[in-house]
Ligand binder design. Structure first.
Ligand SMILES: *Cc1c(COP(=O)(O)O)cnc(C)c1O
Length: 344
């Protein structure tokens, strides 16, 4: 019952992605609480599997996992230093000339990484900015006697292998980092799948670790089973739930289960082909998804089980995302805190 998170699926996925880029160091992106699945459990499991390079979005996320990892783990903060951040033991990714020069004043010997914008226009230094910073950045020496920990960029369309921007960003990254001896990184999950040209020195897989597309070979990392609270008989012509969104066409048995849009089962899934599983049998979700509850047509089940399964390898986060008109990333990060969680 509840949300079961398979640490072995996640570490297997990490090893599989690492094997696709044998010449690169395999990092692990654990931002947003490891895509909603629990960074406090997942980051140490990946560390035990051999990961040493972790990526979070915000310094606070890095602070939370710092004590859980060995001293040789590096934790990169993708959004860079923000006002009030304590960056002790973390490596900020500096995204602009302004961030770079301010950081050299506030932490002259602190470890840092540089992000370049190669076309996504979201984060990172553009050509002119980089030209102004480059020689100082590349000759900076940290406490450990090193230069920049990483020079990185991010792809905008890596999940579409045919998109011309992939090759364009690759060419721009090469041009901007020519002669740079610091380690370079360009590929997240999608970029890893684009092939060796995109791998450079370090890869940064996120979604693929957690079983999501575009890593189609991933092992499913989550299983979500919901308790049945009540069942009732509904006569033909009677309706169920808010707005009477569903009306029985035959005498029906309806189960009410404990999860709703407050738990990440998006209301946009109402009236779509979402199913809950009782063993091998699929039962359609009917009526509107409400805040705390879902209603399910269980008429064809011989027995009503204590729980019904919403997510597993048969209906994964991407299948649910497709029904809701979103992406697996959003389904994962929306899974709420009310489910009992178990890491297996
Ligand atoms: C989120 C993120 C990643 C991981 O992306 P996935 O598509 O989940 O593999 C890598 N790099 C950066 C800069 C990111 O923001």
């Amino acid at each position: 019952m509840g949300l079961q998170i398979s640490l072995s699926a996640i570490t297997d996925n990490w090893r599989s992605l690492a094997a696709l880029a044998p010449d690169a160091r395999p990092g692990a992106v654990v931002k947003a609480d490891a895509y909603g699945l629990g960074a406090a459990q997942i980051a140490p499991a990946l560390y035990a599997a051999g990961a040493r390079d972790f990526f979070v979005a915000l310094a606070g996320e890095g602070r939370a996992i710092r004590p859980l990892l060995g001293d040789d783990a590096r934790i990169f903060v993708l959004s860079g230093p923000l006002p009030g951040n304590d960056l002790t033991g973390l490596i900020p990714v500096l995204n602009s000339a302004e961030q770079f020069f301010r950081d050299r004043v506030t932490r002259p010997k602190g470890a840092f990484a540089i992000q370049l914008d190669t076309g996504m226009n979201r984060l990172g230094m553009e050509r002119a900015e980089w030209a102004a910073v480059r020689s100082e950045a590349l000759s900076a020496v940290t406490e450990a006697g090193e230069g920049p920990a990483l020079v990185m960029s991010h792809l905008a369309n890596a999940d579409e292998p045919e998109h011309p921007s992939n090759a364009a960003q690759l060419a721009e990254f090469r041009a901007m980092t020519e002669g740079v001896s610091a380690p370079r990184s360009l590929a997240a999950t999608g970029g890893i799948l684009l092939g060796a040209d995109y791998h450079f020195d370090l890869i940064r897989p996120g979604i693929g670790l957690y079983g999501g597309l575009p890593f189609a070979e991933a092992r499913a990392a989550v299983r979500l089973s919901l308790p049945v609270i009540q069942t009732r008989t509904v006569a033909a012509g009677e309706s169920v739930g808010y707005g009477f969104h569903w009306t029985a066409e035959r005498p029906s048995r309806v189960a009410t289960v404990a999860a709703g849009y407050a738990d990440g089962i998006l209301r946009a899934l109402s009236g779509k082909a979402l199913r809950l599983w009782a063993g091998e049998r699929a039962c359609p979700v009917i009526g509107r998804v409400s805040m705390d509850l879902l209603t399910v047509d269980v008429t064809d089940l011989p027995d009503i089980p204590k729980s019904l399964t919403l997510l597993d390898e048969r209906q994964g986060v991407d299948a649910v995302a497709e029904l809701a008109g979103t992406i697996g990333y959003e389904i994962l990060t929306s899974l709420g805190p009310r489910y009992p969680r178990e890491w297996v």
